[in-house]
Design a protein around this ligand. Structure first.
Ligand SMILES: [Zn+2]
Length: 415
């Protein structure tokens, strides 16, 4: 019996393999433990991913998986929606009958969403509340979030003792060293430690990252970026931000600001941005600015929701504005791609789902990225839509390898 087997609690690894401590049986016990341990710490994996990540041979993995499934230790899961146009979702393996759960929290500029899932990230319960996070002070937002966590756990039939981890995305940059919000972008939250604040309210440890990083994790682990090691995820919604996956890991930078492409300066004389600079990309193309540009033709009552509905209905004027916004964003992404040489740019967020915006980004990237960079790069829509954040928060809760051991509330308290 291995330490790992004992620590997992739910899986006994040694009872059927014989007691001989040397030779093929002992080796098989070790290999079984390796497979179980990896699946206990990761997202659901396909057989070929298991082969790659354990370093075992394909035939060994195949035979061990067959044996563990027969014994009821492993189950197959689809876990996530199939990427559009790719047909059946790939079959992946996860630990079976494990009663433990993950909690994911996605706080946006305009909503709070909470989900509880099993270890395969299959959602057991979920709640969403429309909420003006930008204008409300942080404490009531966190009180509401804590209440939603308790409700989702109760609905999933899970108590606190079954929670493996809690992951949370918030719409502002977080210093990974201290866990504090480091920018005036989220005014009511500056100098706050969101992980510690939520942990105090729910009595569970919490790991927090910014919303674009969490969206990137969601698409990397469960969505359109699966299988890629170098990814730019761009979220276009009430703000604009990017999450960077470099060599398979989230890149946060020294103080957590990496990927804040919404604050690339485009116009020295432009309007003042909430970050304190002038003429940032975000002041030109985030949702509130697009609404402003459309109001002369569509009336003062036009709001973000109505604009998004018009875009879905392929309204010509709205799509023209979205296409132009995509071009401006693509211009910035082209430069970023020249620096990072990614395999994919995944576009998400409430505005990012627009085909017109995606087209504009593609045109600009093709035009302005260096040709070798552009030819190695695909610009694709996210496959998780509005669920990217909460699915990424669940990956954060599980501390998958791409999270790279981001400190939790407990780490920040003891620092
Ligand atoms: Zn700015």
């Amino acid at each position: 019996m291995t330490e790992a087997g004992g620590a997992r609690g739910a899986v006994d690894t040694d009872e059927t393999v014989g007691t001989d401590e040397s030779g093929p049986s002992a080796l098989r016990t070790t290999n079984r433990a390796l497979v179980l341990d990896l699946l206990g710490r990761s997202e659901p994996l396909s057989r070929s991913e298991l082969t790659r990540r354990t370093g075992l041979s394909r035939s060994t993995v195949s035979s061990i998986v067959k044996e563990l499934m027969t014994e009821g230790h492993l189950a197959e899961t689809s876990g996530e929606p199939a990427p559009k146009g790719t047909g059946r979702p790939p079959t992946r393996l996860t630990l079976a009958g494990d009663p433990r759960v993950l909690v994911g929290v996605d706080i946006g500029h305009r909503h709070v969403r909470v989900a509880v899932s099993d270890l395969a990230s299959d959602i057991l319960s979920e709640r969403e509340v429309a909420y003006d996070v930008d204008r409300e002070p942080a404490p009531p937002t966190l009180d509401l979030t804590a209440k939603m966590v308790r409700e989702c756990l109760a609905e999933a039939g899970a108590d606190e003792s079954r929670v493996v981890g809690v992951g949370m995305g918030v719409p502002g940059p977080i210093d990974p060293r201290t866990g504090t919000i480091v920018s005036p972008i989220l005014p009511g939250w500056v100098t706050l430690q969101p992980s510690v604040e939520l942990a105090d309210r729910i009595g569970l440890d919490v790991r927090t990252d910014n919303d674009a990083n969490v969206g990137a994790l969601g698409e990397l682990v469960h969505g359109a970026a699966r299988g890629h090691d170098d990814v730019i995820y761009v979220k276009v919604a009430g703000g604009i931000g990017a999450g960077l996956i470099l060599a398979g890991r989230l890149h946060r930078g020294v103080t957590g600001i990496a990927g804040e492409i919404g604050h690339v300066r485009l116009d020295d004389d432009g309007p003042v941005c909430r970050c304190g600079n002038r003429g940032c990309l975000e002041t030109q193309v985030a949702a509130p600015r697009l609404v402003e540009l459309l109001r002369p033709a569509y009336g003062v009552e036009l709001d973000v929701e109505r604009m998004l509905a018009l875009s879905r209905a392929e309204d010509a004027g709205v799509n023209r504005i979205f296409d132009d916004a995509g071009r401006a964003i693509g211009r910035v992404l082209a430069d970023l791609s020249n620096h990072l040489n990614p395999a994919v740019i995944v576009v998400g967020g409430a505005v990012g789902v627009s085909p017109s915006l995606l087209r504009g980004i593609r045109d600009s990237v093709a035009r302005y990225a260096q040709p070798d960079t552009a030819s190695a790069l695909r610009v694709i829509p996210g496959s998780l839509g509005e669920h990217a954040g909460v699915m990424g928060a669940l990956a954060l809760a599980k501390d998958v390898p791409a999270v790279a051991g981001l400190p939790t509330a407990a780490d920040h308290r003891s620092a």
